[in-house]
Design a protein around this ligand. Structure first.
Ligand code: CTP
Ligand code: MG
Length: 227
């Protein structure tokens, strides 16, 4: 199994969660910040040799204080950018390993078997993403009406973590910048630049804290898990 470095994204503003501050700093059940769940995973995973936390200038002091208490020599940090893609680009500049894993710290549920499956699968094409099956009926919308239904068996919901050959992802970002292309995740940038993305399906539950409802849901799940 291959070693890797992790880019852990935490430089957003959390606008849709509407807390008035970055949602990843929210203390789940009054105890542990949201970002700490994935950070703790990568601290413990022995294949992870470096954690590059991407943070915003606004939250810098808060994070530095947390890092001090953790006393973990694997943690490094960098200031992110205005968009998620800009933050990934900042993180990539600090990557020195052949493979890197990119993860949204807004997703606290992370499992070793998924991370190791990703690492194994990324060797095939240089890029792999975790994905879940789609269980709801899904359609394309035009003007508030159903335009066309999709067959669920041909759909996947793409989540993080994702794993890439660091060099290939860096080149993909450079090409995307030149062409002025923007995307919501790294697998789509990787694919747009002519690479293949291997899908790694998981049955494990993954919830991204996007709205305040997601945060409530995560508090319930994590309360049950932490017991
Ligand atoms: N992120 C980041 N830098 C940005 C934007 C997002 O590092 N400029 C991170 C977030 O901290 C989060 C992850 O990328 O962990 C996924 O983004 P998202 O869920 O959209 O978080 P926010 O951008 O913070 O939320 P919103 O879009 O509602 O403002
Ligand atoms: Mg966002």
């Amino acid at each position: 199994m291959v070693n890797y470095e992790c880019i852990l994204l935490a430089a957003g503003e959390g606008q849709r969660a509407a807390l008035g501050y970055n949602k990843v700093l929210y203390k789940i059940n009054g105890k542990k910040e949201l970002f700490r769940y994935s950070l703790d995973y990568f601290i413990k995973d022995e294949l992870c040799k470096k954690i590059i936390m991407v943070i915003s200038e606004k939250d810098k002091l808060y994070f530095i204080n947390v890092f001090k208490t953790l006393k973990c020599n694997k943690i490094d940090f960098v200031i992110g950018g205005d968009t998620r893609g800009d933050s990934v680009k900042s993180g990539l500049k600090k990557v020195t390993s052949e493979y890197c894993i990119i993860h949204d710290s807004a997703r606290p549920l992370i499992y070793k078997e998924d991370v190791y499956n990703l690492l194994n699968n990324a060797k095939e094409t240089g890029g792999a993403t975790l994905a879940t099956k789609v269980y709801n009926t899904t359609c394309h919308i035009v003007d508030g009406y159903v335009d066309e239904y999709f067959s669920r068996s041909t759909l996947a919901s793409i989540i993080t973590p994702q794993c890439f050959r660091s060099e290939m992802l860096t080149v993909a970002y450079e090409e995307a910048s030149k062409k002025g292309l923007t995307f919501t995740d790294d697998s789509s940038i990787f694919k747009a630049c002519g690479n293949s993305v291997k899908l790694v399906f998981t049955d494990n539950i993954s919830v991204k804290a996007t709205t305040s409802y997601d945060i409530k849901l995560l508090e319930g799940i994590l309360y049950a898990k932490d017991r």
